[in-house]
Unconditional design. Structure first.
Length: 248
């Protein structure tokens, strides 16, 4: 599958993989990669780097919004093959190492199989490595507060709920928020489009995910780059409010 690449601003690309997005931030020859798709997306991931004039060797770091398989599919590959550091929130580090796994399980999927889109999504997830054992050997917590010294100067924003260490990334100068799965604009198992939370079965802590919408409401920006769904253009604050209304 060829990745679908959208340049949303200078040096900022949202890439649609197979049901999951990742973001490429470029600065000169260097790149920050936010998330990496499913294990089965690796060819598309590498092709997307080439398409923006980069390469895996140029990736200064992988930033992980959260350690579900559809977001860390090639993180360990890049770390092992190219020595790329992998950063995530300190609360997500043990999850990335697979000290434990907080991810929707087969039983919960089967109980929701009657819902539109769930069975096709589950089949795709299985074929793409959604249940593979792919720990990140040496995930690192963010080295400090505020903007990271990486291409794009992303600012981590802890948004727990989907997982304990879920983290969004704010690009304040560009007015962009990379929201991971804390605030999305669509999903194969959702029947609505536009700003929303993922369906309940995907969240480790739904009340926490709802509370984290407060953090999104506090971020300045007019472009939302979600982990699932298309680019959303418009006030990020209003997007978070809309997601809250839909979840009520």
């Amino acid at each position: 599958m060829q990745a679908d690449i959208h340049q949303v601003a200078d040096g900022i690309h949202l890439v649609h993989g197979s049901n999951t997005n990742w973001v490429i931030l470029t600065e000169g020859d260097a790149v920050t990669l936010v998330d990496t798709g499913y294990p089965g997306d690796r060819e598309s991931l590498l092709a997307s780097l080439s398409a923006v004039g980069s390469s895996p060797e140029a990736v200064a770091a992988v930033l992980v919004t959260h350690a579900h398989n559809d977001h860390i599919g090639s993180a360990e590959y890049l770390s092992h093959t190219y020595g790329t550091p992998v950063y995530t929130h300190e609360a997500e580090v043990p999850h990335a190492r697979r000290d434990f796994l907080h991810q929707v399980n087969i039983g919960k999927v089967l109980r929701n199989a009657w819902r539109p889109g769930v069975v096709p999504w589950a089949v795709h997830a299985l074929r793409s490595g959604g249940t593979a054992h792919i720990p990140v050997t040496e995930p690192r917590p963010f080295p400090g507060e505020g903007a990271l010294d990486l291409p794009g100067r992303p600012v981590p924003v802890h948004t727990p709920g989907h997982t304990a260490g879920h983290c969004a990334f704010h690009l304040p100068d560009a007015g962009v928020v990379i929201s991971g799965d804390g605030l999305v604009s669509g999903h194969p198992t959702s029947r609505v489009s536009g700003p929303q939370l993922l369906p309940t079965m995907f969240h480790r802590d739904l009340p926490g995910a709802l509370s984290s919408l407060d953090a999104f409401e506090a971020l300045s920006g007019d472009v939302l780059l979600p982990g699932h769904g298309p680019v959303h253009r418009g006030s990020v604050r209003e997007a978070a409010q809309r997601a809250r209304e839909r979840a009520a």
